[in-house]
Design a protein around this ligand. Structure first.
Ligand code: NAD
Length: 497
């Protein structure tokens, strides 16, 4: 009998109003059923919104430092439960334990950062242009925030959204990806145990086109924060534009690592192995393009292929495995179809290229780490997000050429340059058209206290993480206090100095 998980609405763990459910299975082993989760719809959402509105009225009046204290306790509880949560996450998402431990740690870091921000929601006090008058601004919460998250960081991404939203005084409704509902269930348990008032957080499970779309359309959810694919983000953007909602979009990437001839080669190889095949390539910041200078192309590629072909595939729960499964059958089919596209575009598969099968691998969605040689700038493999363990290798002749190739895709999340030349490093920081540039480090590795996000079709100008996200979850309110006792007219009255 499958374990039955529930939504969290109006302070209770509850089934969907329709009674419908969906299954959550281990992507490394289809036979391992994690549980059944509620398939929510508008009825569940209506109850969640009513509760969240009550929660907002209570929470917005709670002093921000006290809101921060709750987040500090959340950080403590996540720390206590780190190993248990990491294991649950690997079981439902697939990435190896070391990575899920990192995912939980990112949530812990975000909690402690948020706790302190409760004492630092700065406004400004500036001189008024009129006598005996003060001019000030402060940040006030907005209302109910609808949070829609992807499968690849089951804990970290919900915390990036929830914790700042909560510290700013909003209430939240979380709709996690349907492939990873268990981790977010644990997260909400932790929030309640830490003392968050029950109406302030709601958890609704279900499918994107059902409960996710309903959240975006709901008139009493004024803030939407979405992380996921650019295709879905575009649809959400058009609805939010029509409804004048505040919207943060974090979407796809086609990130490049550039290697110059003067780079430390071993370091650059370690970097690309981690960037391209960590999380089975399912990171928005994954290295999916490797740009190699003509002078080192062949030697670098030979060494890389040797290392990549020795990566061990298998369940992320088993020590020693380097690469876990893809998230589901659709993802496996998509990766496989991109390899067919690569062949049709004339690319050469130098390692991998096939589903990984045999023994326990047959029960999961495993795909061999794959490297394609001779990928042409402008081709589909050079431009489209694959979201799997597929690395496209592209040659370049000089730094300018590499920058042009990096910048010609529609995405702009992350980039990386390996070099020992300080001038090239600063040129990269200046001219690579991305939200994040790493020097001598792979395209992945964001830290929780720095702003995170991308340009072009990766985002819509907002950032998660760091100090910037607090702007997104609050409105600036400006207040003037005139204690002159007379009518003073800005821009009209003048004074002798
Ligand atoms: P996805 O777009 O399929 O789903 C993301 C979320 O949106 C899920 O919760 C899903 O249920 C929901 N959803 C789907 N259709 C919806 C709709 N019509 N209305 C409302 N919600 C809907 O993405 P995914 O497969 O879970 O994640 C992979 C994608 O996420 C990749 O493109 C990756 O680059 C991107 N991503 C971006 C970042 C970033 O910060 N830039 C981080 C992680 C992942």
């Amino acid at each position: 009998m499958a374990e039955r998980f529930r939504n969290y609405i109006a302070g209770e763990w509850t089934d969907s109003a329709s009674g419908r459910t969906f299954e959550n299975r281990n992507p490394a082993d289809h036979d391992d059923l994690i549980g059944e989760f509620p398939r929510s719809d508008e009825q569940d959402l209506s109850r969640a919104v009513e509760s969240a509105k009550r929660g907002f009225e209570q929470w917005r009046r709670t002093p921000a430092p006290l809101r921060g204290d709750v987040l500090r306790r959340v950080g403590d509880l996540l720390t206590e439960r780190k190993e248990e949560i990491s294991r649950a996450m690997t079981r439902e998402m697939g990435k190896v334990l070391n990575e899920t431990r990192g995912d939980v740690q990112e949530g812990i870091d975000t909690a402690y950062y948020a706790a302190v921000e409760g004492r630092r929601l700065f406004g400004h006090t500036v001189p008024s242009e009129l006598r005996d008058k003060w001019a000030m601004s402060y940040r006030r919460p907005i209302g109910v925030a609808g949070l829609i998250t992807p499968f690849n960081f089951p804990l970290a991404i919900p915390t990036w959204k929830m914790f700042p939203a909560l510290v700013c005084g909003n209430s939240v409704i979380l709709k996690p990806a349907e492939d990873v509902p268990h981790t977010s269930t644990i997260l909400v348990e932790v929030l309640i145990e830490a003392g968050l008032p029950p109406d302030v957080v709601q958890l609704v499970h279900g499918f994107g086109e059902e409960i996710g779309a309903a959240m975006v359309e709901h008139p009493e959810i004024p803030v939407i924060s979405f992380t996921g694919s650019t295709a879905v983000g575009s649809q959400i953007g058009s609805v939010c534009g029509r409804m004048h909602k505040r919207l943060s979009l974090e979407m796809g990437g086609k990130n490049a690592q550039i290697v110059m001839p003067d780079a430390a080669m071993d370091l650059a190889i370690e970097g690309v192995l981690w960037g391209a095949f960590g999380t089975t390539g399912q990171r928005c910041t994954a290295t999916s393009r490797l740009l190699l200078h003509d002078d080192i192309h062949d030697e670098f590629l030979d060494q890389l292929v040797d290392r990549a072909s020795r990566l061990t595939l298998g369940s992320g729960l088993v020590d020693g495995n380097d690469v876990g499964p893809l998230i589901n059958q659709a993802s496996l089919d998509k990766v496989e179809s991109y390899v067919e596209v690569a062949i049709s575009e004339g690319d050469e598969i130098v390692t991998g290229g096939k589903r990984a099968t045999g023994g326990a691998l047959d029960r999961g969605y495993f795909f061999q780490p794959t490297i394609l040689r001779g990928v042409k700038p402008g081709s589909r493999l050079a431009c489209e997000e694959v979201f799997g363990p597929v690395l496209s290798v592209i040659r370049f002749s000089d730094l300018e050429h590499a920058f042009r190739i990096n910048n010609e895709v529609k995405y702009g999340l992350s980039s990386s340059l390996y070099t020992t030349d300080v001038r090239a490093s600063f040129r990269a920081m200046q001219d690579l058209d991305n939200g994040i540039t790493y020097i001598n480090a792979p395209t992945i590795g964001a830290e929780a206290h720095m702003p995170f996000g991308g340009v072009k079709q990766t985002g819509n100008g907002h950032r998660e993480g760091g100090w910037e996200v607090y702007e997104f979850y609050s409105e600036t309110k400006v207040c003037y206090v005139d204690y002159s006792g007379k009518l003073q007219r800005a821009q009209i009255d003048t004074y002798d100095i």
